[in-house]
Design a protein around this ligand. Structure first.
Ligand SMILES: C[S@@+](CC[C@H](N)C(=O)[O-])C[C@H]1O[C@@H](n2cnc3c(N)ncnc32)[C@H](O)[C@@H]1O
Length: 193
């Protein structure tokens, strides 16, 4: 894969983030006030760990972040972060409870292994998001927020309708730090019903 060392790549290096993706979360968070001090946050698809780094700072010492990924996170992590190496399709809500209960925010930056075939990749991304929705149904507290990465394509409209059934507000976000040529887009549900 071609790696473009752009503005955000250099900024991430300077600011100690393991990936430039941190700025996508930062931009959405600053605009939507997603993460707050003391929050319990689940970060699905967390490796290499830049969202963990950003979220752990935002929730502070009283908050906690639980990351899940198929891949190892090779990063020294703050005390308020825990990582589970697992496939989200093998997990149920009970496995992901934090402090023995529901969470305030669920983030998913998960991406499937892409094939280059747009329709197939969008379907695979949608399958991940369907599993996230199932988990969120049980695990996310009322009024909680859910942010997922989606691929622009046919399943997105249906996913948006599903979000509308579960959240008071639904927004599509394309952060500046997400490359304009990328099909990724973020779907945000605020105020779980
Ligand atoms: C774009 S990366 C996430 C980057 C991360 N947000 C960061 O800031 O460092 C997507 C991640 O999703 C993970 N992933 C894909 N499918 C998964 C699954 N079924 N279960 C758990 N993680 C998965 C991949 O292993 C990959 O590490």
């Amino acid at each position: 894969m071609k790696k473009i060392k752009d503005h955000y790549f250099h900024k991430a290096k300077r600011e100690g983030y393991v990936a430039r993706s941190a700025y996508k979360l930062e931009e959405i968070d600053k605009k939507q006030r997603l993460l707050r001090n003391g929050n319990l946050v689940l970060d699905l698809g967390c490796s290499p760990g830049s969202w963990l780094q950003y979220a752990s700072r935002k929730v502070g010492e009283k908050g906690q972040v639980l990351g899940v990924d198929l891949q190892t996170v090779n990063l020294s992590l703050p005390k308020n972060v825990r990582v589970l190496e697992a496939d989200i399709f093998d997990l149920c809500a009970k496995d992901l409870e934090m402090n023995g209960g529901m969470v305030d925010v669920i983030l998913s930056d998960m991406a499937p292994k892409t094939t280059g075939i747009r329709g197939t990749d969008a379907q695979r991304s949608d399958a991940l998001n369907q599993q996230v929705l199932l988990l969120a149904d049980e695990l996310l507290r009322p009024q909680g927020s859910l942010l997922v990465k989606a691929f622009q394509g046919a399943p997105l409209e249906q996913l948006r309708r599903e979000f509308s059934n579960s959240f008071a507000q639904v927004k599509l976000c394309k952060p500046k730090s997400s490359r304009s040529e990328s099909v990724e887009i973020f779907l945000l549900g605020l105020g779980k019903i």
